[in-house]
Design a protein around this ligand. Structure first.
Ligand code: FAD
Ligand code: DHB
Length: 389
């Protein structure tokens, strides 16, 4: 079997790349380790930058996003019991759209099926070979049968724990990492959101975030320790803890209900450089992780795919190599901007066990500077809505 591009992983990066390649007439197969239902069941990102929305428009999968997505022109930062609004539209001239990653995944899977493009779910033992030479191959096992695919390029869109990055010789890749000493406990519930806009909370008891998926579905997070388990957090305990981290007015408005999903995510900053090795290109979480505080992970996956899809389309249209040769450098420039912002926002809003009294005072001063300085608020707003591609 032979295709032009093998994409490993059917998260947002792999699916979006597959759709854009299909629209450019490039044949790609996606290999996904999990089942379709499992991929659709993962609750993750919720905030989309305009650049990512434009990508989904280019991919012709944005009609439901425009019908159901919620346009947000600002969010609140809550500290010391007071909410301060960051006016994204006023400060940075752009909005963000709240639309769940699950819905984007569903829209992309539907488009892929309608186009008759191939995804092989529940593949085992995916391995990639000869990607430093002209004729790469990918092998996998499905229902006990082994298959080998020859291709021109491999797109490693298989997330942080995937096989592609790990297949690059250690001498050819540099990794930069920061692991944070806490996680996010997230709850999804069919209850109306506490507010029209998101609230990012800095509290003595730890960070909290009030987000949403629709006008009737809420998504909340509280900072937790790395040793905590989901089953130590029955719904009542979660709601009580969240309420304690809110201001009085918001706490009174909180509508609670049974959780329909509850999970703990560790926080990490990570970048692997370069993002290309021969005919293997890494995109999305396979190459980099940001802590979720700045809402950048999914948006970065989209920007990688933007550069990679254009480079591949140019290559197949005219033989031009320049886009492929500059992919890693261009993508990494944006990646490091998002890394810096997510790292900064994580430090601004979380309780760090090692910070001590001095660290807490400096953090409070930084928050006060932010709400008091127009320049600081513009910087936050510009980074949050996303830098141009
Ligand atoms: P993934 O979504 O991880 O997809 C990788 C795929 O590859 C998976 O389907 C996996 O099963 C598959 N795979 C792995 N190994 C193999 C293998 N060996 N063979 C075949 N397939 C394999 N980002 C934002 O932009 N905004 C937000 O608001 C936001 N909030 C978040 C909140 C939380 C709690 C979390 C955890 C993340 C959040 N993110 C957010 C980050 C965002 O979800 C990720 O950055 C995004 O999913 C990255 O997409 P991806 O396609 O690169 O990787
Ligand atoms: C959501 C997640 C984030 O990390 C964030 O910064 C904003 C919203 C969410 O899941 O809704």
């Amino acid at each position: 079997m032979r295709v032009q591009v093998v994409i490993v992983g059917s998260g947002p990066a792999g699916l979006l790349l597959g759709q854009l390649l299909h629209l450019s007439g490039i044949e790609a197969v996606i290999l996904e380790h999990r089942s379709k239902d499992h991929v659709l069941g993962r609750i993750r990102a919720g905030v989309l930058e305009q650049g990512a929305v434009e990508m989904l428009e280019r991919a012709k999968v944005a009609s439901r996003l425009h019908a159901e997505g919620l346009i947000h022109s600002g969010f609140d930062v809550l500290f010391g019991g007071i909410r301060h609004r960051i006016d994204l539209r006023g400060l940075a001239g752009k909005n963000v759209i709240v639309y769940g990653q699950t819905e984007i995944t569903r829209d992309l899977m539907d488009a892929r099926e309608a186009a008759g493009a191939r995804t092989v779910y529940e593949t085992d033992w995916v391995s990639i070979h000869d990607f430093d030479a002209d004729r790469p191959t990918v092998r996998y096992c499905k229902d006990g049968r082994e298959t080998e695919i020859a291709c021109d390029f491999i797109a490693g869109c298989d997330g942080f724990h995937g096989v592609c990055r790990r297949s690059i010789p250690a001498s050819a890749i540099s990794c930069f990492e920061r692991v944070y000493p806490f996680g996010w406990l997230g709850v999804l519930s069919d209850t109306p959101p506490i507010s029209e806009e998101l609230i990012y909370v800095n509290h003595e008891r730890g960070f909290a975030l009030c987000s949403m998926r629709s006008r009737t579905r809420s998504r909340y997070y509280v900072q937790c320790t790395l040793s905590e388990q989901v089953d130590e957090w029955p719904d009542e305990r979660f709601w009580d803890e969240l309420r304690l981290r809110l201001d009085t007015t918001s706490a009174e408005k909180l509508v609670t209900g049974p959780s329909i999903e509850k999970s703990i995510a560790p926080l990490r900053s990570f970048v692997a450089e370069p993002m290309r090795f021969g005919r293997l290109f890494l995109a999305g979480d396979a190459a980099h992780i940001v802590p979720p505080t700045g809402a950048k992970g999914l948006n970065l996956a989209a920007s990688d795919v933007h550069y990679l899809s254009i480079a591949l389309a140019e290559y197949y249209a005219s033989g031009a190599q320049q886009g492929l040769d500059t992919y890693s450098e261009r993508a990494l420039k944006r990646v490091w901007q998002a890394e810096r912002f997510s790292w900064w926002m994580t430090h601004l809003l979380h309780r760090f066990p090692e910070a001590g009294a001095f660290g807490d005072k400096v953090q409070r001063a930084e928050l006060q500077y932010l709400v008091g300085s127009n320049a600081a608020r513009i910087s936050l707003a510009e980074n949050y809505v996303g830098l141009p591609y």
